[in-house]
Design a protein around this ligand. Sequence first.
Ligand code: CA2
Length: 147
Amino acid sequence: MPKKILVLNGPNLNLLGRREPEIYGRATYADLEREIHAAAARWRLAATVKQSNHEGVLVDWIQAADGEFAGIVINPAAYTHTSVAILDALKAVALPAVEVHLSAIETREKFRQHSYISPACLATITGHGFAGYDEALALLAAKLVTN
Ligand code: CA2
């Protein structure tokens, strides 16, 4: 049975392809979901992909992942830069987690350069667009064979 990975996307990522194409590209959120499922299958993983605009919903999903999933990929979007609640939830479940950002947050506005989430993640991938999710899944696949 392929190991199950929870892929979480935060606020406004459902708008992908509709605004700011110079930063986030022209592909839509549905395209992203398709690419994540294809990447997961390549790494012999099964992805469940969810998006929410609400911090507490993301926290609830992280808590519920305990015992259900082998790892988490998360793009917390704007909550990256504000959310101790998501940091605490990831620490509480202690599942291997990888943080992904489509854009290179380290080269953008000062307020985007700090992540509250990184300390709970085994890696943070930035600036690789949709391919970042594939890289995150590859890292989890490698981590999970050795566990
Ligand atoms: O680069 C990323 O993946 C981000 O997590 C995206 C977030 C941003 O707040 C983070 O600083 C970096 C924003 C996601 C919003 O995406 C949109 C896509 C299209 C149109 C409007 C927003």
